[in-house]
Each structure stands twice: as structure tokens, then as C-alpha cells.
Design a protein around this ligand. Structure first.
Ligand code: ADP
Length: 471
């Protein structure tokens, strides 16, 4: 392989958020564009790993603070993903149900990263590029550059893509013995604010840094959860590359998960059918515009404002709207969102949890998608919603700023507000309700957004250009 992507998540094997969607799609499009690309990730006990056949590729041992772990590298037998998939199986450490959230995540991802490098070390043809995603793989560029054991990998260019700088994976220098031997005078490359910081180490040690949208790259220089100064200093090797979407998976004309397939030409009946399905299932009124939220219920998404925004809209007798929420996260927000069901029965409902199929039906059946995000590195939801003819209502930040143009501007097609603020979001929804009353314009915009091309077909080449420069 020429390019190897290393990641904690990859759709459809294991998904928590957008990272999985990107790593699951980008390599396929890079292969289509002529680069030999593969993905390596941990083996978790997921539905996918339990139902598929794998062949053994490599067997070895990784040490961690004096403990030895046997591991296997297994490869997916079928070529259904469009790229070779390798899983690092470390019994007792990685083979659990969830991707993250364990007290020994530091040990898990440390062992994973070392195992990946041990595996690469014995390749006859070494990769031309090692592409790391987020902090879980952030110590790889350091180990490739400074660890004696991996010295022969030193000349391979490394890239870090930051999907989310909020999470950095810090741990204390007490765990320095997890690292393979290196010249200790380079310990500063690992350090940020007296801690070992995998994301900071990756920013320092990788040959190039990318963020998942151009605006996010600029915003990180003033808001990066403590890494602002570092990211500003490393701007010379940093680029913002907007994510694409997998238009094979996210295609309303063929999507097997939605209740009726549709194209731009058949969007009127197709969207109506999916909306009816949702309204039946969630006891909503199909005559009213349907607003939806899909996502993690966390501060970055502005989630704690959602109960206030939705209550304000639904309590106003002059406003006609239905609202449906799909998400999980902060238990207080989950509870507040659920508590509104009784008050606004018939106009409001929730599904607290994670449901991939339901998310597709909502993209297909809703009229509007609400995203009052505080931070949005790229945001895929708005791009899926465009493709499925659902008009996004967004706070202009990060990737939302780069992809959505307000209807007040020439050729605008979305509804934007400047701040993560209840009143601004309510006002934006009021504008959407007004637009809905003007059905010819509403339908024109719906057709317009379905034509916007956010496919990886073009976006994948931006990475290939960067690889070629580094090689
Ligand atoms: P992030 O990675 O910050 O969560 P993104 O917009 O990049 O945000 O990607 C979110 C992805 O996760 C999308 O594919 C979205 O549809 C999906 N998603 C988020 N929450 C849920 C949920 N509760 N059920 C199903 N899919 C979800």
C-alpha cells in the first residue's frame, strides 16, 4: 500500500461520530483516484467484526510498561469497503464493545499505536505516507521520528488530520515507560502544559497538519482547548481541507435505510413519504414544517440550548412547527429534551440514543435540520441534509460557515445565524417557518440544495496533492 490511514473509528466497522464517516469514505475515493490506500484500526467487538470473515496477516507482541500483550493483525476478506481493512486485535485491551470511555483508554490506544508500528516495521515495501487521525493516533509521528525501535520509518512523511481538537488524550509523565526507548532530550516534543499530550505531540512531529475545514483551521488559532499558540506557530505546515461525503452511502435515490427513495425530480413525493413515515412513528403533524436535530448532545453542538429553543418555538401559538430530536450525550440535556414531550405532545418528540437507520430517515423526511453548534470542525450533518433536500439552519462557524450560504444572499440556500444563542436560533427558525409558507420558493431551494456536490470525488484530490508534495 502507498497510503495508510490510522484511526480509532471507521464506518461501518465502528462509529461514534464524523471521524468514522471520513475514514470510512476517503480511502475508497483515494483508491478510485489511483492511490493504493488502506485503513488500520483497532479490533472492537462490534456487529461488523463479529459477522465478517478475516484472514490473519501478522502476529506479534507489544510491551507496555513491563506488560506484554500478544496481538494479531487481521485483514477483512471481502473487498466490500473499496480499500483493504486491517484490524489490530489485542485481546484484553481493545476487543470491547465501545470505542472509547474506558478508564484504561490511554493504555489501549498506546498499545494500539505501538502495535501498528511493529506491524509496519516488517513490511517489505514501506508506505509512502502515514496518515494519522485525531489524538488516538497522535503519538505515531513522535515514535516514528524519535524511537530507536522505529528508526527505519523516520523518512516516511506523516500527516495529522485534526477532526476535533477538543479531545487531546493528555496523560501524566508517570507513564513515560509506555514509550519505546528514545533520546530523552526529545521529551519536549511530547509535552504540553506539563502533561504528555498526544494531539500536541502530533502537531509538533507530523510533517503536515490538516483540519477538516478551512475556517476551523483559522478558528483553532484562537480557540483550541489550550493549543492555540501551538497551532498558530505551526500554521506554515497546516492546511484546511473540507471533508467530503460518501455519496454511495448517502444517496436518497438508492439509500436502503429510508422509507422511499427519491431524486431531485421526485423529491416532492419522496420527501413527503419519508416525512409521513416519521410523523406516523413519532406522532407528529405532517402539515407543519418538520425541524430536526441529529447529533451528540454536548456543549460543542450547543445542545444545552436546544430545550430552550424548542420550547420557545412550540410555546408560541403564532408559530406552526414540529420538532424531532435524535441524539444522546449529556444526561441533563437528554432529560430536559424528553421532559418537553408531555408539554408539546403531537408537535414534538425525541429518540434519545444512537440509531443510524433513523438518522437516514430523518435526513430524508425532515424539512429543516437545526445545528446551533458552538464548535463545528467540519460538520457532516449539514452536507447529508443538503443531499437529502433538507434545508440546514446553522450557526456560521467552522465547516458550517464554509458550506452554508444564507437565503438572504445571492443563490443562498440555508439559514444562518452568527452566535450560539437561544434568541438567534429561535429567530432563524422563525425565518424558516416564513420560508415554508412560500412553498414555490421553499421547493426551489430544496431542489437547489440537492444539486450541491460535496462528494469526496473532488475533495479526495486535495489530500492526494498534499501527499505528492510531501513525497
Ligand atoms: P461529530 O463528529 O462532531 O459528532 P459530525 O457532523 O462530523 O459531528 O458527524 C456526526 C455523524 O454522526 C453524522 O453521520 C450523524 O448523522 C451521526 N450521528 C450523530 N448522532 C447520531 C445519533 N444519535 N444517531 C445516529 N447518527 C448520529
Amino acid at each position: 500500500m502507498e497510503i495508510i490511514h490510522i484511526s480509532a473509528e471507521c464506518y461501518p466497522i465502528a462509529k461514534v461520530g464524523g471521524l468514522a464517516d471520513v475514514v470510512g469514505a476517503l480511502p475508497k475515493y483515494q483508491n478510485k483516484a489511483g492511490k493504493k490506500t488502506a485503513v488500520v484500526m483497532p479490533y472492537y467487538n462490534t456487529k461488523f467484526t463479529q459477522n465478517k470473515s478475516f484472514r490473519l496477516d501478522h502476529r506479534n507482541t507489544v510491551s507496555l510498561g513491563g506488560l506484554l500483550y500478544d496481538f494479531e493483525v487481521i485483514q477483512l476478506e471481502s473487498d466490500e469497503l473499496g480499500y483493504p481493512l486491517y484490524l489490530i486485535k489485542i485481546p484484553g485491551l481493545m476487543d470491547r464493545e465501545n470505542v472509547y470511555g474506558y478508564t484504561d483508554d490511554t493504555e489501549r490506544f498506546m498499545a494500539f499505536q505501538k502495535a501498528v508500528l511493529i506491524w509496519i516495521l516488517q513490511f517489505h515495501d514501506k508506505p509512502q505516507i502515514v496518515h494519522c487521525h485525531d489524538y488516538h493516533t497522535g503519538l505515531i509521528p513522535f515514535m516514528m521520528t524519535y524511537a530507536h525501535q522505529f528508526e527505519v520509518l523516520k523518512e516516511i512523511p506523516t500527516i495529522l488530520t485534526i477532526h476535533n481538537a477538543q479531545y487531546q488524550g493528555q496523560f501524566s509523565f508517570d507513564k513515560l515507560n509506555y514509550f519505546p526507548e528514545y533520546d530523552l532530550s526529545y521529551s519536549g516534543m511530547l509535552e504540553w502544559e506539563q502533561m504528555i499530550n498526544p494531539l500536541a505531540a502530533a502537531v509538533k512531529c507530523s510533517w503536515a497538519v490538516t483540519t477538516v475545514s478551512p475556517s476551523y483551521l483559522i478558528e483553532l488559532r484562537s480557540a483550541a482547548n489550550g493549543l492555540e499558540w501551538l497551532l498558530d506557530n505551526e500554521k506554515g505546515k497546516s492546511t484546511g481541507i473540507l471533508n467530503g461525503i460518501d455519496t454511495d452511502v448517502w444517496n436518497p435515490a438508492t439509500d436502503p435505510m429510508i422509507s422511499k427513495n427519491f431524486t431531485k425530480q421526485t423529491s416532492l413525493s419522496g420527501k413527503r413519504n419519508n416525512k409521513m413515515f416519521l410523523c406516523d412513528k413519532f406522532d407528529l403533524n405532517p402539515e407543519k414544517p418538520l425541524f430536526a436535530f441529529i447529533g451528540r448532545l454536548v456543549g460543542e453542538k450547543g445542545a444545552e440550548l436546544l430545550p430552550h429553543i424548542f420550547d420557545a418555538i412550540l410555546s408560541n401559538p403564532k408559530l406552526d412547527a414540529n420538532i424531532l430530536v435524535l441524539g444522546s450525550g449529556d444526561p441533563t440535556v437528554e432529560h430536559q429534551l424528553d421532559a418537553l414531550k408531555e408539554k408539546h405532545s403531537g408537535n414534538y418528540n425525541t429518540f434519545i440514543g444512537y440509531d443510524e437507520v433513523l438518522s437516514h430517515i430523518i435526513y430524508a423526511g425532515a424539512d429543516y435540520l437545526v445545528m446551533p453548534s458552538r464548535v463545528e470542525p467540519c460538520g457532516l450533518n449539514q452536507m447529508y441534509s443538503l443531499r437529502y433536500g433538507t434545508i440546514p439552519i446553522v450557526r456560521s462557524i467552522g465547516g458550517l460557515k464554509d458550506t452554508i450560504v444564507d437565503i438572504s444572499e445571492e443563490n443562498g440556500f440555508g439559514i444562518c445565524h452568527d452566535n450560539t444563542d437561544t434568541n438567534e436560533a429561535v429567530e432563524a427558525i422563525e425565518r424558516a417557518i416564513e420560508l415554508y409558507k412560500d412553498q414555490p420558493r421553499f421547493k426551489r431551494i430544496r431542489k437547489q440544495i440537492m444539486q450541491i456536490d460535496h462528494s469526496w470525488d473532488s475533495a479526495a484530490n486535495n489530500y492526494i496533492d498534499l501527499y505528492n508534495k510531501l513525497i
